[in-house]
Design a protein around this ligand. Structure first.
Ligand code: G3H
Ligand code: ZN
Length: 284
């Protein structure tokens, strides 16, 4: 069933678990997320990056919404990392449940103004808005942010940002990185604790792939209710496809799709178990 992003995250915060938000690019990805969540009785968020949406457009959103609507578990469909008001409005008009207003490339005042505008627009569709304060380094869909340009979230700005924008959830940067961690991941839990102490809304951690289990568990204890996961799932898919086509093999296309789907379910289910959302499909 389709459940609003805000409700899924509010419930997670109330019951101190987190929900996985998995980036998908096609039918196999959407089905892998839904089937994994269904097998574990877990709420889940399917999310699209702008690059996937640029290719799939409204049909890709409709695919995700239809898959979510027919699912026996709570599902939200989310537009991830979108810096463009125009693209966000198109996605909202196509029925997406929530959007990430990505103003991380802007200065504080610019991010505040951009995010406020998106919240006002999203309110017209009763859609949730995830804001971001700080900026992750790393790569995703060809978009790279150098470590020098990464910005850690400043706890003293978090309350003001959340209050002034009216966002539903806040994505933070506390040492998390998009894509592969070049060195041992190190999260600044003192900073995360200080942010959680200042804002009542759910916190979101991007760059989950490659984070040690114990860091994920600790982040949940500090108010993280949504984890964004892309690289581990996407890698499971691409590795399986290259194996299926190795040595000039020409498998049936449905077998390729099924193989890719099954391969993605493994990391998705692993993460859902770790986030603690197994059997949390109840809603008050
Ligand atoms: O927004 C998407 C996530 O932040 C993806 O991060 O590829 O490191 O799991 P990841
Ligand atoms: Zn991200």
């Amino acid at each position: 069933m389709l459940v609003p992003y805000n409700q899924i995250l509010r419930q997670a915060r109330q019951h101190q678990y987190a929900v996985g938000a998995f980036n998908i690019y096609n039918l196999e990805g959407a089905l892998a997320v839904i089937q994994a969540a269904e097998e574990l009785g877990s709420p889940v968020i399917i999310q699209l990056l702008p690059a996937a949406l640029a290719l799939g457009g409204a049909p890709l959103i409709q695919l995700c919404l239809a898959a979510g609507k027919n699912a026996p578990v709570p599902v939200a469909v989310h537009l991830d990392h979108c810096p463009s008001q125009k693209e966000i409005l198109v996605a909202l008009a196509a029925g997406i449940s929530s959007v990430m207003a990505d103003g991380s490339r802007l200065d504080y005042a610019g991010n505040l103004a951009f995010t406020k505008e998106i919240v006002q627009a999203a309110d017209r569709y009763t859609a949730g808005v995830e804001g971001e304060l700080g900026r992750l380094s790393g790569s995703e869909d060809g978009l790279t942010v150098e470590a020098a340009n990464a910005k850690m979230t400043r706890p003293e700005q978090a309350a003001d940002f959340a209050e002034q924008t009216g966002i539903s959830a806040l994505a933070v940067c506390v040492g998390n990185v998009h894509g592969t961690y070049a060195t041992e991941p190190r999260l600044d839990f003192d900073r995360l604790r200080a942010i959680g102490a200042r804002v009542a809304i759910p916190l979101v951690l991007h760059g989950t792939s490659g984070l040690p289990d114990e860091m994920i568990v600790q982040a949940i204890a500090h108010g993280v209710c949504k984890f964004n996961v892309n690289t581990e799932v996407r890698t499971a898919y691409t590795r399986t496809l290259s194996r299926l086509f190795r040595d000039g093999k020409t498998p049936e296309l449905v077998d390729v799709m099924q193989g890719g789907l099954e391969a993605m379910k493994h990391p998705i289910k692993e993460k859902i178990r770790l986030f603690g959302s197994t059997n949390k499909s109840f809603y008050q």
